[in-house]
Ligand binder design. Structure first.
Ligand code: WT7
Length: 681
């Protein structure tokens, strides 16, 4: 009961916080020029994908792909809510992203790779070249590592073409890849190695960030050691070299365990590996994400359904045409990069830009110079990057001669003022903007406008995608009707092909976390009984446009990346002096949110700056720099309920300098004033 109440309070806080500042904005129609060329300008798509035509509507997406064997059943619900799409079909993702384009487009650039250092030249990898490199890497994985369909392999790679090449090589064999964001720590990689049962870790010696060549190989050494402690032996560590032929790592290679990919690949020169026809529902990859508990969950994405969904949405929402140059500035270590740098764009034979570094290196004009020089006309990024670029170089875009026809924002709610700068200054008032709302779990977009069919509304993601039917429920399970201005828990009424299949190895958690809340009959095999709980609070306007208010669970969205509060708290508890830890989100001008960490110490220990630093470092070591707290507050005691529950809401209010509300019912109300003084003075 107490827990439920707390959850509700969180919803109300976010609604109040955001709704007050965000008035419903007016709409803006994209230009006639944009509409005239759009891939999807046929309004009947919404009828074709109505609930009445569900699930057969998704045949349209499946038909964007080449199947080795065409499927026989569009949606199998017999194991609901583990839905199987395109049953009976056989397909290979690598074939669809590479081989099938060779006949007509072998000379087309598949990947434009822009290294961070300005003096290094952009590399243009054609589809033919991609084909060669993917085949050779697949040969190495198969013959040298002994990997086969169904095996898992963990990738811990930064943003160089070796990453998509490795992913596509895995997909060619039916090997399930699990890419861990390069910025995560060795320990975080180890946790994912253990959970997925990988015996091979693929990494890189070093990469550039902010102009510095950072050692990365050292994290692999940590990962191997940490995984071993959990009983998972990594047999081989494959090390790509940032400069082939030259080792840029700081730690020695381990004999019989570590191998340079560039060296080993020489043995497979010219080898071609036939793509393995995989069942449509075979897992393609795992992507770990944070949730309400300390343990990240491996979202398992399938092959046929996922690829169909990201191909369809890349075509109709990203509006990618053969002649376009498309740049998604995400990191491939996140789902956005998997779906909208690699699988979606390559499935539809796009030219996709990959940039190694940070947007402001060496100066605030870098992104716009890249756009100008490669003639990028579709640009895709997140509010945190837009805020940062606006802050450091509000007038930079005007100095460069590029032209975007289309732009995307994704990852967190975008403030209307920031949206307007994006539209007016970055897009030069010419680009159609889509605000795409979705999640690691959902594989592709849930809500967005189709850019030629629906107007833009700053701050709103838009209506459900064709075939995606959102609904907002209150805590009692009643529908909150559109246009009432009331917030609730946004759910999706129906399954869709891009949706994850389960949490790797934990079907119970999958059902519990995403479906239990609004499922009326847990035995039902009718999809109508299994609304998908997204974990976001949202408001739906009368026109069906959805405004996302934020998470209802213990997840903090830092710079568009999900961090579990429990995950950070358990990292803090690794430090022996720490007795209790509580993490709360604090508003941040650029990052959206930042974690503030409160800790109390075990008896006999003293609060010192060194200790605070040590705790902060422990978090960076356990998770990665992205989780580094804004501040570690060592407090004499946590504000607690009489039953001993830490009141995170009170700490959150203190950190954000907002009203703490009534605290008299706490077990220790006096501590609130003490902490407030400490934090706000
Ligand atoms: C959470 C999912 C979507 C891929 C990148 C993040 C928030 C995502 C939006 C948006 C408002 C958004 C939600 C969601 N979110 N996109 N356009 N507007 N909020 O994937 O790490 O799984 O995070 O990000 O809260 O639940 P993720």
């Amino acid at each position: 009961m107490a827990e439920e109440r707390e959850e509700r309070e969180v919803v109300e806080t976010s609604e109040a916080q955001i709704a007050v500042h965000w008035q419903e904005e007016g709409v803006i129609m994209p230009s006639v020029k944009f509409i005239a060329q759009a891939n999807m300008a046929d309004e009947t798509i919404y009828d074709r994908f109505s609930l009445d035509n569900f699930p057969n509507c998704f045949k349209e997406y499946a038909d964007l792909l080449d199947w080795d064997e065409y499927w026989t059943e569009i949606l199998d619900t017999s194991d609901a809510p583990c839905f199987k799409w395109f049953k009976g079909g056989k397909i290979n993702a690598s074939y669809n992203c590479v081989d099938r384009h060779l006949a007509k487009n072998k000379n087309k650039t598949a990947i434009h790779f822009v290294p961070e250092l300005v003096e290094e030249k952009t590399e243009h990898i054609t589809y033919q070249e991609l084909y060669v490199r993917v085949n050779e890497m697949a040969a190495l994985l198969q013959d040298f590592c002994g990997l086969k369909a169904g095996d898992r392999v963990t990738l811990h790679l930064p943003m160089t073409p070796d990453l998509p090449i490795t992913m596509l090589a895995c997909a060619r064999l039916g090997v399930i890849h699990s890419q861990v964001f390069g910025g995560f720590s060795g320990k975080a990689a180890a946790d994912r190695v253990v959970d997925s049962g990988s015996t091979v870790l693929i990494t890189m010696d070093a990469y550039y960030r902010g102009g510095k060549l950072l050692d990365h190989k050292e994290k692999a050494d940590t990962a191997v050691a940490e995984a071993a402690k959990e009983g998972q032996k990594i047999e081989k560590v494959l090390v790509w070299q940032r400069y082939p032929g030259k080792y840029s790592g700081d730690t020695p290679m381990v004999d019989g365990r570590d191998y340079f990919v560039n060296e080993e690949l020489k043995k497979y020169y010219g080898v071609r590996i036939a793509p393995v026809p995989m069942p449509a529902e075979a897992p393609l990859f795992l992507m770990y994400t944070s949730g309400t508990t300390g343990k990240p969950k491996g979202c398992q994405h399938g092959t046929g359904g996922y690829l169909a969904y990201v191909a369809g949405t890349s075509k109709y929402v990203q509006d990618i045409h053969p002649e376009d140059v498309y740049w998604c500035m995400a990191d491939i270590g996140w789902i956005t990069g998997h779906s909208y740098i690699v699988y979606g764009p390559l499935a539809i034979c796009a030219s996709s830009v990959m940039y190694e570094g940070i947007p402001n290196y060496p100066d605030a004009g870098r992104c716009w110079r890249i756009a100008q020089d490669l003639d990028v006309n579709i640009f895709h990024t997140a509010p945190t990057a837009i805020r940062a670029l606006r802050k450091i170089g509000p007038d930079e875009p005007a100095k460069y001669n590029y032209y975007f026809k289309h732009m995307t924002t994704v990852g967190e709610p975008i403030e209307p003022e920031v949206w307007k700068w994006y539209y007016e200054v970055v897009g030069k008032k010419k680009a159609a903007i889509v605000d795409t709302w979705w999640q690691t779990e959902t594989g592709g977009f849930l809500c967005s406008t189709l850019p030629a069919l629906k107007p833009m509304k700053p701050g709103s993601a838009g209506p459900g995608m064709p075939g995606i039917h959102p609904i907002i429920f209150d805590d009692e399970g009643n529908e909150v009707p559109a246009g009432t201005g009331k917030a609730g828990n946004i759910c999706i009424q129906n399954p869709w092909p891009g949706m994850f299949q389960t949490i790797w190895g934990d079907r119970d958690r999958f059902v519990r976390q995403y479906f239990e809340r609004y499922c009326k009959d847990p035995k039902s095999t009718d999809w109508r009984d299994w609304p998908y709980l997204t974990g976001d609070a949202a408001v739906m306007a009368s026109d069906g446009y959805v405004r996302i208010l934020g998470r209802i669970d213990d997840v903090i969205n830092v710079s568009g990346h999900r961090l579990g509060t429990k995950e950070i708290e358990s990292a803090a508890l690794v430090v022996p002096e720490v007795a209790e830890a509580a993490v709360v989100p604090v508003r941040h001008e650029i990052k959206g949110k930042e974690p503030d960490l409160y800790v109390s110490l075990r008896p006999g220990f003293e609060a010192t700056d060194e200790l605070a630093k040590k705790i902060s470092q422990a978090i960076v070591r356990e998770i990665g720099a992205i989780a580094r707290p804004r501040k570690v507050w060592i407090v004499p005691d946590m504000p607690k309920t009489r039953s001993g529950k830490i009141m995170r809401r009170v700490l959150g209010a203190i950190s954000n300098k907002s009203d703490v509300g009534d605290v008299m019912t706490l077990a220790n109300p006096e501590i609130v004033e003490h902490i407030t003084k400490m934090v706000q003075d």
